[in-house]
Design a protein around this ligand. Structure first.
Ligand code: HEM
Length: 497
């Protein structure tokens, strides 16, 4: 994520608690803590699957090469140094950027000094035109009010209540896949469909008024259009100058708005009659700020529905797609997940009884984090360890880098779901694994999405086993807001019974 000369590299940063190497067989130790990967036996004989990814750059790119690469696939612009150093600061096309991979400093950035940083202009410019002022793009008091109002909608009990809807969508997908046994399946498309089906069932119990696939296509078009980083945004060209991506995104944005307007009007009528279903839409319309008692405006309800769909559908779909890809390449993990799913018996799945299924998803999200980086802008001069962070400069926490960091993970590029089994999970420092971010702006849909992914994956595993055809193009990640396989994922479905 860098071009231009390195200003500095924080070597060691031991004073701020970065895990350091020890002489105990290469285990990595956060100071004064247990070895973080001690539960994984290095001498394990089984060959592990290491998915192909763009190799990190050895030398910084020149300005134009960087802009070209950032537009095409930003994941290709990370440097080798990012995966090896705790903090890397550099001056480049986007001004000064500091990339932080030190768990203690990430904690400082996202929690201890949270008021010292805000979501950066680039991110807001890209997201706000499509998502309105929903929770993801709101700032300051507007964000605080929305977060307080929306938090109860995503608490553990409410999310648990959505497991019937998730099972219904998963079972429907399982039946569809079983019918396709012996044929090739567009796995990425099927995962997008099922996550949209879950959102449809949990947000709008009575279904969408128009073709649900059309909504899915509009979302994909929207993300496709705003996904590439626009050089005009990079250089801070004012908002009134039109961006190609945003122009392309506009019809999709209009489609969202019209569909959602119609749904809100219909639901309000049902609520007035006292027979509205208890789904996310009703909960949103009925939500009120615990401090002031005020509800959300229609505009805020709409912005948040669009936000939940956009933030929750491709991310979860991609995490499922990458999990199925990794499982297809790791027969031992595939056998283990099948055993767990089969042991759960027929009928609905309870996500909390499927620890290996969850571990496989979490490990796939480590290797392919659906949100590859989080960005913040310093509101005042600061320091991250020994590194100066000037006011207005960008600071990135990049799960893509953090999750494959050589100082944090043993065999970082290998797919090893057992890292996330309950008996090993505690050895992973909280701020070394951040697919959902952390701090006050942590993903509000985290438990929703994990529960959904576990239930859906279990239904898929119960129905079929996937095999990657030999003529498939390389399965490599493309960064378009979320991280997806560049050439899609087409796999052969084999019946399991
Ligand atoms: C695998 C699935 C998902 C991943 C990896 C993911 C990831 C993230 C991340 C990293 C952030 C923090 C961004 C930042 O700090 O800059 C975030 C925020 C958010 N996510 Fe998710 N998300 C997922 C699913 C969902 C779902 C299912 C929903 C809603 C139904 C959702 C709604 C949101 C919202 C509204 C925010 C903004 C929260 C705030 O700023 O207060 N996400 N998500």
């Amino acid at each position: 994520m860098q071009c231009g000369a390195y200003l500095n590299e924080a070597r060691g940063n031991r004073d701020v608690g970065f895990p350091r190497r020890t002489d105990k067989g290469g285990a990595l130790f956060p100071p004064d803590k247990e070895p973080m990967s001690a539960t994984i036996d290095l001498s394990e004989p089984a060959p592990r699957f290491r998915p192909a990814v763009p190799p990190p750059l050895r030398e910084p790119l020149g300005l134009f090469e960087f802009l070209r690469a950032a537009r095409k696939n930003p994941i290709t612009t990370w440097m080798d140094a990012h995966f090896k150093l705790p903090v890397v600061a550099a001056e480049g096309a986007m001004g000064r950027i500091t990339v932080v991979s030190d768990p203690a400093l990430i904690r400082y950035l996202l929690i201890e000094n949270v008021d010292g940083y805000r979501k950066d202009d680039l991110q807001r410019r890209v997201l706000a035109p499509g998502l309105g002022n929903g929770l993801l793009s709101a700032e300051g008091d507007e964000w605080r009010l929305q977060r307080r109002t929306l938090a109860p909608i995503f608490n553990a009990r409410t999310v648990q209540g959505f497991s019937d809807a998730m099972n219904a969508a998963g079972a429907k997908l399982g039946r569809r896949l079983a019918r396709r046994a012996g044929k090739q399946v567009d796995v990425a498309l099927e995962m997008t469909r099922v996550t949209l089906d879950v959102l449809e069932r949990t947000i709008f119990t009575h279904g969408l008024p128009s073709d649900p696939d059309a909504l899915g296509r509009a979302i994909t078009r929207f993300l496709e259009a705003v996904g590439p980083i626009d050089p005009l945004d990079v250089f801070g060209v004012p908002d009134f100058v039109p961006r190609i991506g945003r122009l392309r995104a506009r019809p999709a944005g209009r489609f969202f708005a019209e569909v959602v307007d119609a749904l809100i009007a219909r639901r309000k009528a049902l609520m007035a009659g006292g027979d509205a279903p208890r789904d996310l839409l009703t909960l949103l319309l009925a939500a009120h700020d615990p401090e002031t008692g005020n509800g959300l405006s229609d505009l805020a309800v709409k912005a948040n529905i669009v936000t939940f769909i956009a933030a929750g559908h491709e991310t979860t779909a991609n995490s499922l797609t990458w999990t199925l890809y990794c499982l297809s390449q790791d027969p031992a993990a595939q056998a283990r997940i099948e055993a767990e799913v089969d042991a759960a018996g027929p009928g609905d799945f309870a996500a909390e009884r499927l620890p290996f299924t969850r571990a496989a998803i979490e490990e796939a999200m480590r290797l392919f984090p659906p949100v590859p980086f989080l960005s913040r802008q310093a509101v005042r001069d600061d320091r991250l360890g020994r590194i100066k962070v000037p006011r207005g400069s960008l600071v990135l926490v990049a799960p893509w880098v953090l999750h494959r960091h050589h100082l944090l993970w043993r065999d970082p590029d290998a797919f090893m779901p057992e890292r996330f089994l309950p008996e090993n999970r505690d050895a992973i420092p909280r701020f070394a694994y951040l697919p959902f971010g952390a701090g006050p702006r942590v993903c509000i849909g985290q438990s929703f999405s994990i529960q959904e992914a576990v239930i859906v994956l279990a239904h898929v595993v119960r129905a079929v086993r996937f095999r990657l055809p030999e003529d498939h193009p390389p399965v490599t990640p493309l960064h378009r807001v979320t991280l997806r396989p560049e050439h899609g994922l087409r796999m052969e479905a084999e019946a399991r019974d």
